[in-house]
Design a protein around this ligand. Structure first.
Ligand code: NAD
Length: 472
């Protein structure tokens, strides 16, 4: 049984002032594997005060100093890669084939930020005018549970590159993973108070960060509902906000797509991180004329999307993070059936032999209309809706007919045509012919998917203010 009773404040691990204790449940079997003491407002205020003190010095650091710190953070996190991956598999139930790359891309974020830092025009001069980019100040970083190490590293890297000091409020469902990561980052020997981490509930620790006038910026990854609360409450102290929220991402399969490659690629995007991914491609738009072929290809390809032990490299889909998330996904599958969609693969209930944990059946619906609940709401589980279209224009219209606009994909053989379709999609990121990543490319959403961007120079700019000095 692991027990966590500390937060990371002012360069060291300190006992929690908050006394509430929460159990940590393993999603593969519902067993209690640890206990975490949750922080309170006092812990949060101590962390904010430490970050504020540190900002007085770190806010004036040079580009070279920040680059050195980013490299130290990278090296410190790299040293614990295996432990970070193991914690993600155990506490979150992330499949190891995805947990490995996700943790690695978190670690890489420090070097990516160092590269971007070199490319930003920090000072601009003309005539008697000088424009400089200044750190926004003390930043509160609030994260979700589905890719803990990635979110923490990514936000921290951008903030540090910008010259900000931070207080991180990780998801309380990621306490073990956070503990491993913070132990690792402690070895980077950072200036005291630059990095502070308080684990606790959103409406306690998160709310204090949002409310406190000594915090200048909130960068949040999570649900739309909480994002809206944060945006509204940040107005009281005029905080800057970056919101990375949900998605209902479309994958447009063009009629010239090779199904042998296209369908596995589309399913990989749909069931990414066991479907608990904001970018998951959960609406598959297929030409009506190819529906029968698509159905066969999906049924064949689904044999490779096995559910089970997340530690097994062959497993494609692990358990949902919690009983609550399990129930949410099951309720959505039921709703799909009630609204008239047809289950092609999967359906309600636990997969056979996996009754103990929070496992659901990876499910593909056909006969889905874009106005059905399963096509409109983010399910955050392995549930794919297949929707048919008659023309490229109709596919684009359906893809854009969503309150979300985070991610989208186009799959087709004629690259020019795929690019033309991609250019008409209202989403922050569009991938062509399969999931791919570029750590310098911006990440973030149109519409309800959020406000602002992360990654590369776009992510750093979100932590900057612009100052002009004019001489008479
Ligand atoms: P959530 O909104 O419930 O919680 C996110 C974080 O906010 C947690 O740390 C939580 O404790 C905190 N929080 C809750 N109430 C708060 C409050 N009143 N004030 C301040 N903080 C508060 O989301 P979740 O269930 O942890 O994560 C799932 C959601 O995250 C999904 O909607 C998913 O799409 C989204 N997500 C988005 C991205 C992206 O990059 N766009 C990435 C991953 C997840």
């Amino acid at each position: 049984m692991k027990t966590i009773t500390t937060h990371y404040i002012d360069g060291g691990f300190v006992e929690s002032h908050g006394k509430e204790v929460m159990g940590i449940i393993r999603p593969t079997d519902g067993q209690l594997i640890g206990r975490v003491t949750l922080g309170d407002e006092e812990d949060t205020r101590r962390a904010i005060a430490a970050a504020r003190r540190a900002f007085a010095t770190y806010g004036r650091s040079t580009k070279e100093e920040r680059a050195r710190i980013l490299r130290r953070l990278h090296d410190a996190a790299s040293a614990r890669l295996d432990d970070l991956r193991a914690a993600m598999v155990e506490e979150y139930g992330g499949v190891v084939r995805f947990a490995g790359p996700i943790v690695q891309s978190g670690i890489n974020a420090f070097l990516a930020a160092e590269k971007a830092l070199q490319e930003i025009p920090w000072t601009c001069n003309w005539d008697k005018t000088t424009v400089t980019l200044e750190p926004v100040g003390v930043a509160g970083l609030i994260t979700a549970w589905n890719a803990n190490a990635l979110f923490i590293c990514l936000k921290l890297a951008s903030a540090v590159a910008a010259g900000c000091t931070v207080i991180i409020k990780p998801s309380e469902l990621s306490s073990l993973q956070t503990q491993v990561l913070v132990e690792a980052l402690h070895e980077a020997n950072l200036p005291k108070g630059l990095l502070n981490v308080v684990t606790g509930l959103g409406n306690v620790v998160g709310a204090e960060l949002v409310r406190n006038p000594d915090v200048d910026k909130i960068s949040f990854t999570g649900s739309v509902a909480v994002g809206q609360t944060i945006m509204r409450d940040c107005a009281a102290t005029m905080k800057r906000v970056t919101l990375e929220l949900g998605g209902k991402s479309p994958t447009i399969l063009l009629d010239d797509a090779n199904l042998d490659q296209a369908i596995p690629a589309a399913l990989t995007m749909a069931f990414l991180n066991s479907g608990q991914a904001c970018a998951a491609g959960t609406r598959l738009l297929v030409p009506k004329s190819r529906l029968e072929a698509v159905k066969h290809a999906v049924q064949n390809a689904m044999r490779d999307f096995t559910v089970g032990d997340p530690a097994d490299p062959k497993t494609a889909v692990g358990p949902m993070v919690s009983q609550k998330q399990y129930e949410r996904v099951e309720a959505c599958i039921r709703k799909g059936i009630e609204e008239g969609a047809e289950v092609l693969v999967g359906g309600e209930g636990h997969p056979e032999g996996l009754e103990a944990g929070y496992f659901v059946k990876p499910t593909v619906f056909i006969n889905v209309k874009n106005d059905m609940t399963i096509a409109r709401e983010e399910i955050f589980g392995p549930v794919l809706s297949v929707i048919t279209y008659d023309s490229d224009d109709e596919a684009i219209r359906i893809a854009n007919d969503s309150k979300y606009g985070l991610h989208a994909a186009v799959i087709g053989t004629d690259l020019q045509r795929a690019r033309h379709v991609a250019s008409q999609l209202r989403a922050g990121r569009v991938v062509i012919n399969g999931m791919t990543d570029d750590p310098q490319a911006p990440w973030g959403g149109f519409k309800f998917s959020g406000v602002g961007r992360e990654y590369g120079r776009y992510g750093i700019e979100a932590f900057l203010e612009t100052r002009a000095i004019l001489e008479a």
